[in-house]
Design a protein. Structure first.
Length: 59
């Protein structure tokens, strides 16, 4: 699998609880926090659910 870098670029304030928990499950906290993870179908689905809040870069 390929690695991807996920960066939180927008706040989760005033977002539905489900989106807040998805961002937290991805390992992101504050704006600007970054996490490198394997690009699995599960991670891809989580990223798709919060694509308006994160920025994804393939490594």
């Amino acid at each position: 699998m390929t690695q991807i870098k996920i960066t939180l670029v927008k706040s989760v304030i005033d977002r539905p609880e489900r989106q807040k928990r998805t961002v937290q499950a991805l390992g992101l906290g504050k704006i600007g926090s970054t996490k490198e993870v394997e690009n699995t179908p599960q991670i891809a689905g989580m990223v798709a659910a919060v694509q308006h809040l994160v920025e994804v870069t393939e490594l």
